[in-house]
Design a protein around this ligand. Structure first.
Ligand code: NAD
Length: 490
């Protein structure tokens, strides 16, 4: 490690941080500046084996049968401790991602606390299904399900909302008594590692939470294909999800997949335009468009198309790109140069397909300190159709295509014309239309006159290429447990 890289980000196995190995490590770069600020110890197969064994041991040593109230209390202590170390988590998340510090505070780290507190409540309130069955001759049988932990769960997460998405899985999985082997994204290893420290501080037994770092085709695949894993919960791209499914298939393990999206917004001409523009600005540009729920297709009723296009472009131009630690910054960089090249390739494809660029379309000049970062301009297009690749494929950047429609039926058909099915938003002041159109969206989550508003007890997930299964509230408890039904003849 050179003096410049400063520090190690280490693996955490069996309750201990593992001594790093210089020969098996990679640089961690700040996406805002391009500067290397840490080295990450990459887990090899042997370390993944040790993590899986430690998790199995922890289950057998009593974690799986810990009373629910103790597990719920531990989750609450974890939330309290994250709150005490709040700014450390914020700093780690900002350094890893380049996201604006205000967003890290208000969304990423705030949601981590809420994830732990919500699942402490959900698990404490959960009951068991039971049925009294009438039998011939007036007798009855009592059926009831006993829910047991799934076991050793592989948790594989992406880089866009690292701590938020990690704790969205870790909190319910721990609430249900599972032991975990976590593989964070190679782009964002820091907060999963800091969380290991917090969970140890609040008394989580050694081996229940393990972190192994590395790339998808090494550490990621060692974890998901490991014979000691009882289930995989994965958030990431649809292509990786499909691949992980194959690695899990030989052992027929349950999977929960939260995958990509190509989300539509449908804007009707009866809407309050300012309210819709404020919502669309959030839904297209939050986290530099790197949220699975972000809108990349905006269908607008023809009579308000020009107003919406102009209004949204004006708001896009007023976004403030810059130093993530400056509280006035609204928009950070993309996660990496590799990802920026992918997004820029879609910019080119859009122009080749005849797009008119309303705003953006390139790389901004942000001054010397940020010149090495992965910055990109917030971008809007008109002139494309659903046949064009930039309208069909997930881009995962601060960009959307605006497309006009005339009738409600046409809007529904256009929005549903996709292989993805994660989220949609409908913007209208007509109450009946709002419900009607939202219900007809072929997605896991549809919003009316809002976006990314979440009650964590409600189901979250997608259809088609966007995933398998739902998490959130009871849905999470169902995934992270296996029921044994007991039938007693009375
Ligand atoms: P990715 O699929 O490249 O990587 C996700 C994680 O999987 C990383 O930790 C990666 O190292 C690991 N991985 C990669 N290949 C693997 C393999 N062969 N075996 C095991 N693990 C492997 O995704 P990304 O680029 O990190 O994240 C962006 C994607 O995530 C987008 O498609 C986005 O829509 C999606 N996403 C979905 C949701 C959701 O809730 N539906 C939320 C956030 C992000």
């Amino acid at each position: 490690m050179t003096a410049e890289t400063g520090r190690w980000i280490r693996n955490f196995v069996a309750g201990q941080f593992v001594e790093p190995d210089e020969n098996r490590s990679f640089d961690k770069t700040d996406p805002a500046t391009g500067r290397v600020f840490a080295r990450v110890h990459e887990a090899d197969r042997d370390l993944v084996d040790r993590a899986v064994s430690a998790a199995r041991r922890a289950l057998h040593d009593g974690w799986a049968t810990t009373p629910v109230r103790e597990r719920a209390a531990l989750l609450r202590r974890a939330a309290d401790r994250i709150e005490e170390r709040f700014e450390e988590f914020v700093a780690a998340e900002v350094a890893d991602t380049g996201k604006p510090v205000t967003q890290a505070r208000e969304l990423d780290v705030a949601r981590a606390l809420t994830n732990f507190r919500t699942f402490a409540d959900v698990v404490a309130a959960a009951g068991q299904e039971s049925f009294l069955t009438d039998l011939a001759g007036g007798r009855q049988a009592l059926n009831y399900a006993v829910r047991k932990p799934l076991g050793v769960v592989a948790v594989v997460v992406p880089w866009n909302l690292p701590l938020l998405l990690l704790t969205w899985k870790v909190a319910p999985a721990l609430a249900c008594g599972n032991a975990l082997v976590v593989k964070p994204s190679e782009e964002t290893p820091a907060t999963a590692t800091l969380l290991a420290d917090v969970l140890a501080e609040v008394g989580l037994p050694a081996g229940v939470y393990n972190v192994v770092h590395g790339f998808g085709d090494s550490a990621g695949e060692y974890v998901t294909s490991h014979p000691g894993i009882d289930g995989v919960t994965f958030t990431g791209s649809s292509a990786t999800g499909s691949h992980v499914m194959k690695t899990v298939a030989p052992r027929v393990r349950p999977v929960s997949f939260e995958l990509g999206g190509k989300n539509a917004a449908v804007v009707f001409d009866d809407v309050d335009i300012d309210e819709a523009l404020a919502g669309l600005t959030r839904s297209v540009f939050t986290n530099t468009g790197q949220v699975c729920l972000c809108t990349e297709r905006v269908y607008v009723q023809r009579s308000v198309f020009a107003d919406v296009a102009e209004g949204l472009a004006e708001r896009a131009r007023s976004l403030r790109l810059g130093d993530p630690l400056d509280e006035r910054t609204t928009t950070g960089p993309l996660i990496s140069r590799t990802h920026r090249n992918k997004v820029l390739n879609y910019f080119e494809l859009a122009e080749q397909a005849g797009a008119k660029v309303l705003t953006g379309g390139g790389v901004p000049q942000l001054g010397p300190g940020l010149a090495g970062g992965s910055w990109i301009e917030p971008t809007l297009w008109t002139g494309l159709t659903n046949a064009d690749r930039p309208v069909r494929e997930e881009i995962f950047g601060p960009v959307a295509a605006l497309i006009p429609f005339d009738t409600e039926a046409e809007a529904i058909a256009l929005a549903n014309d996709t292989e993805y099915g994660l989220a949609a938003s409908v913007w209208t002041n007509d109450l009946r239309r709002g419900h009607r159109v939202a219900q007809s969206m072929n997605v896991g989550m549809a919003w009316v006159n809002t976006w990314f508003l979440r009650d964590l007890r409600s189901p979250f997930g997608g259809v088609g290429l966007s995933g398998i299964g739902r998490e959130g509230g009871e849905s999470s408890l169902h995934f992270y447990t296996e029921p044994t039904n007991v039938c007693v003849q009375l």
